[in-house]
Design a protein around this ligand. Structure first.
Ligand code: DC
Length: 228
């Protein structure tokens, strides 16, 4: 019998805590981690490095198909180090600007298609925790566990505000809230692989929960579904 490498798909809107939770779950299980949003952000960064306009879709598709990228896991509390063409872009690709641009290019079917097999290649024993928007619906429809993490837009903007305020005192809360609403709308309404829970996903609203509480809930769903 062929044994299939199990996948835990964790989808949801920007700022719902997917990144932190996915990293902790992967680390506790000793599984691999896919941050699929980073790949869309990296296409934007690669385009900037090579002076390619973000409306040059054909060139973006070629970039996406040939991204020279490396993810280095440090520990469960440190963001995964991301190297693009050998250069450390871990912090650069996390900007609001890059996130918004990533959301824009992610609406292009050709860019999504170019990244599909690359995402699937992360599936390796003993298992994969995959974080994104379409992990449970398109990339890994056979995932053993599908989680949809959500939180109110206000709470997601508050979390982002807290993070950014330390580095950038001029950040304006209402601007963040507007950007989150705009990104939700774009990611939810696009025609290919729109953000939505898979039919068999368990939705967890994290508005009132701590990170540890969310991780516990996810682990408990995993234990039920994986029979651990
Ligand atoms: O998760 P993130 O904020 O790093 O993702 C940035 C953008 O990339 C997000 O707004 C939409 C897009 N994205 C996507 O379309 N599909 C994914 N699986 C992951 C991200």
């Amino acid at each position: 019998m062929v044994s299939i490498v199990p996948v835990i798909a964790i989808d949801g809107p920007s700022g719902a805590g997917k990144g932190t939770v996915s990293q902790l779950v992967a680390s506790r299980l000793g599984w691999h981690l896919l941050d699929s949003g980073a790949l869309y952000r990296l296409v934007v960064q690669a385009a900037k490095n090579h002076a390619i306009a973000l409306d040059n879709i054909e060139a973006l598709e070629t970039l996406a198909a040939h991204l020279d990228v490396q993810f280095n896991v440090v520990d469960e509390c440190t963001p995964v180090q991301v190297l693009l063409e050998g250069e450390d872009v871990t912090t650069t690709i996390r900007s609001e600007e890059t996130g918004n641009e990533a959301s824009r290019i992610a609406a292009q079917p050709g860019v999504r298609a170019a990244l599909l097999e690359r995402q699937r290649a992360f599936r390796a024993p003993p298992g994969l925790v995959a974080d994104g928007r379409d992990m449970g619906t398109v990339v890994f429809p056979d995932a053993a566990v599908k989680i949809f993490l959500t939180a109110s837009a206000g709470e997601r903007a508050r979390r982002r505000y807290k993070q950014l305020k330390e580095k950038c005192p001029n950040v304006i809360f209402s601007d963040l809230l507007d950007e989150i609403a705009e990104r939700d709308k774009r990611d939810t309404e696009r025609s290919v692989a729109p953000l939505r829970p898979a039919g068999d996903a368990v939705t967890i609203d994290t508005t009132e929960l701590s990170v540890e509480q969310v991780v516990q809930e996810v682990m408990s769903v995993c234990n039920q579904r994986l029979g651990g």
